[in-house]
Design a protein. Structure first.
Length: 267
């Protein structure tokens, strides 16, 4: 599993970056800062950025700068900083296209049961990160992972991103992390998406970023293999998911605390 290599400190690994690629300069700035932080703390790092944001509530919401243009930005991040990159795909047809540019293909939570997407991602040979549907139990994710493996690809990761709790909230059941780890694949906690408040009447998803540290600490305490954190220089003007993002200036302080927790648990 490429994300777990070069990990002398035995730390969790980190998937982090903007929700969606808004432009090359912004992506490169964020990548450089996170690379510097994670190298200092000896945390294996995977740059995250969607080349297109397909699941938007409103028609006028920003979806991206163009697929090929955004994918080339992700490739530049990889080539410049030497870190793996991850992006979402939204249909089986997109798998081969995205695989030409990135190291990890991510299956969005809403699509985690779509067999054709899982198989297409598997056949690229890339690592496949499957996000758990907000509507699924942790143990039900075994079947999504098995689809990828049975298609000939054992490079699977699973991401917990909260479970629907009423119409406008999510809750993390931390029991699900060790439960899904019994499948034999790395399990990641998506800290920032777990704090979304979906289905707002404005058509713009809300969030509770003040609880990012709380959720992240709990995830590390129960033994998550990795964390997924969307971060932005200015979340208040981010073009997607700004309401639940971590401000980039706060990332190093948070990760420093999390490394201490992981070391304490390991004894």
């Amino acid at each position: 599993m490429l994300e777990l290599k070069n990990n002398p400190a035995g730390n969790f690994f980190l998937l982090a970056g903007p929700c969606v690629i808004e432009g090359e300069e912004m992506a490169m700035r964020i990548a450089e800062r996170v690379v510097n932080i994670t190298e200092k703390l000896q945390i294996p790092y995977v740059f995250k950025g969607s080349y297109r944001k397909a699941n938007r509530s409103r028609l006028d919401s920003f979806t991206g700068i163009g697929d090929e243009k955004a994918l080339k930005v992700l490739q530049k991040v990889h080539d410049t900083f030497g870190v793996p990159t991850v992006t979402d795909i939204h249909s089986a047809e997109e798998a081969a296209m995205a695989a030409e540019y990135v190291d990890v293909l991510q299956i969005p939570a809403f699509l985690c049961r779509q067999t054709d997407i899982l198989i297409a991602a598997a056949k690229t040979g890339k690592v496949v990160n499957i996000k758990k549907g907000q509507f699924l139990s942790p143990l039900a994710m075994r079947f999504a992972a098995e689809k990828v493996v049975e298609a000939g690809n054992k490079e699977v990761m699973i991401t917990e991103r909260g479970t629907t709790f009423g119409y406008q909230d999510l809750v993390v059941d931390y029991r699900g992390i060790p439960e899904m780890q019994t499948f034999g694949y790395p399990v990641i906690l998506d800290v920032t998406h777990s704090l979304q408040q979906p289905n707002q009447t404005s058509g713009v998803t809300g969030g509770m970023p003040q609880l990012i540290e709380t959720v992240a600490k709990a995830g590390i305490a129960v033994g998550a293999d990795g964390l997924f954190i969307e971060t932005h220089e200015h979340p208040e003007i981010a073009k997607s998911d700004g309401a639940n993002m971590l401000k980039l200036d706060l990332l190093e302080g948070l990760l420093t605390k999390l490394v201490r927790i992981r070391k304490a648990i390991k004894g």
